[in-house]
Design a protein around this ligand. Structure first.
Ligand code: 5GP
Ligand code: ZN
Length: 117
């Protein structure tokens, strides 16, 4: 799914500026803002500007590239690029996805555990 859902979707509302978020970076296709409940010293979400439900239904390779490029830019900007960081996207129920708008988590500022829970 890749329609605009400005009222139904919380991340569409953030993209539209209808609810506040701490935006740290953006490009033509994507917006990066701080997670409301950070799980690491740096925890930024990178979302496509248009509504895409998850990676499972993403259909635009250029858009996905822009998301990854912005994630790397955020890491550089946040000063975690040299130490290392994690980029993850949760998909569906077993993946632990709680917001149905595709997003990359950029996590860093501490050592990450592996395997994830
Ligand atoms: P998921 O569990 O779907 O992979 O990740 C959703 C993330 O969105 C969670 O880390 C959660 O803290 C974050 N989140 C949920 N609602 C909001 C919100 O209104 N604003 C911001 N900035 N983050 C949110
Ligand atoms: Zn949305």
């Amino acid at each position: 799914m890749s329609t605009v859902q400005p009222d139904a979707c919380i991340f569409c509302r953030i993209v539209a500026g209808a609810i506040p978020a701490t935006v740290v970076a953006s490009n033509a296709h994507a917006l990066a803002f701080r997670d409301l409940h950070p799980q690491a010293p740096v925890h930024v979400l990178v979302v496509p500007r248009r509504h895409v439900a998850s990676l499972a239904t993403a259909d635009d390779a250029a858009e996905l590239g822009e998301l990854l490029a912005l994630a790397a830019e955020v890491a550089r900007q946040e000063g975690i690029a040299d130490a290392g960081y994690r980029v993850v996207t949760n998909i569906g129920a077993d993946g632990g996805q709680t917001v149905g708008h595709l997003h990359l988590h950029v996590l860093g500022g501490r050592a990450m555990d592996w395997p994830p829970g």
